[in-house]
Design a protein around this ligand. Structure first.
Ligand code: NAI
Ligand code: A1CAB
Length: 271
């Protein structure tokens, strides 16, 4: 894989996370073909990774064994049209939310499609990505895809394509939920008179520590939560307030809204 060309259609955030990982893992920048219309983004790719991106699709795309689709779902159709003639022999790998395999087959002419749903901690090698492969994808091609994701963190294969909508709602969008809770905790800390640096240190330390404890402990999160919650104590006061405000139910509803939106994106922009 490291010597053959990989093409990226779209060279934004998610593409950069994968490109950065590949280059660090020894893929030569010259073997990466990137189609990226934004000049500012092309300059960023050149500066950060030594990758020379093209403003539009070129016949050089036909050299790529793997084509990574990293445009917004809304841009997929427009982005695919000028590439289609060059990419039909390649394995297609999508990071796009919602856009289904059938739409990628129709737009590229390739039957071999893997869909993925990464997340932004991929930028620091701590991502987790859901992967789905059409039956036409070989085991060796699955391993190739795993190698592309390896520098960005963990991967989890799902059996049904529809599960990717759930993965999108959970781990794809998930970092934003965590940042939202971090924001709320920092706001509360400052309201209570702690300064910005203290608020940040205590909040991020709590998230990191609790997450690692949950990962290492054989106990489920519920038991770990109960251990923090002394009878008649402070945690009990906080959790009772959250329950009264319907926070957990609202959070579950929010994740289901994201899942519905992933399906809608496929319906709207994958045709
Ligand atoms: N940002 C996130 O947390 C995640 C994003 N995704 C998916 O990744 C995809 C890309 O998202 P981001 O990287 O965040 O967006 P982004 O906006 O950073 O990158 C998209 C890039 O595509 C380029 N582009 C626009 N039209 C194009 C065309 N016709 N041909 C080639 N390139 C074109 C844009 O200039 C931009 O640089 C989306 O489909 C999104 O659903 C998946 C998981 C997480
Ligand atoms: O918000 C979005 O649509 C994309 C997909 C998952 C994270 N960002």
């Amino acid at each position: 894989m490291s010597t053959s060309s990989i093409a990226f259609i779209g060279g934004g955030n998610m593409a950069s996370a994968l490109i950065g990982g590949l280059v660090q893992a020894g893929q030569s920048p010259q073997s990466l073909i990137v189609v990226e219309p934004s000049e500012a983004q092309r300059e960023r790719l050149a500066q950060q990774f030594g990758v020379r991106a093209d403003a539009e699709a070129t016949p050089r795309l036909a050299e790529a064994r793997l084509v990574v689709w990293a445009v917004k779902p809304q841009s997929f159709r427009e982005a695919a049209a000028p590439c289609a003639a060059h990419v039909q022999r390649a394995l297609q790998l999508s990071v796009m939310a919602g856009i289904r395999c059938d739409a990628i087959v129709a737009a590229t002419g390739s039957q071999r499609v893997v869909r993925s749903m990464p997340n932004t901690p991929a930028l620091i090698g701590l991502g987790v990505a859901g992967l789905y492969a059409r039956p036409q994808v070989s085991d060796e091609e699955r391993r190739d895809v795993e190698r592309v994701f390896a520098p960005t963190g963990r991967t989890v294969w799902v059996r049904d394509e529809a599960d990717l909508d759930a993965v999108t709602a959970l781990s794809g969008s998930g970092p934003a939920y965590v940042f939202y809770f971090i924001e709320a905790m920092i706001e509360a800390a400052q309201e209570m008179g702690l300064d910005a640096q203290q608020a940040r240190e205590l909040t991020l330390g709590t998230f990191a520590g609790a997450t690692e404890l949950a990962r290492r402990s054989p106990e489920p999160p519920q038991v770990l939560r109960e251990r923090v919650t002394s009878k008649g104590g402070t945690t009990y006061a906080a959790l009772t307030s959250m329950e009264q405000d319907g926070l957990k139910a609202a959070f579950v509803r929010a994740i289901r809204a994201a899942q519905r939106r992933a399906k809608e994106l496929g319906d709207e922009f994958g045709r």
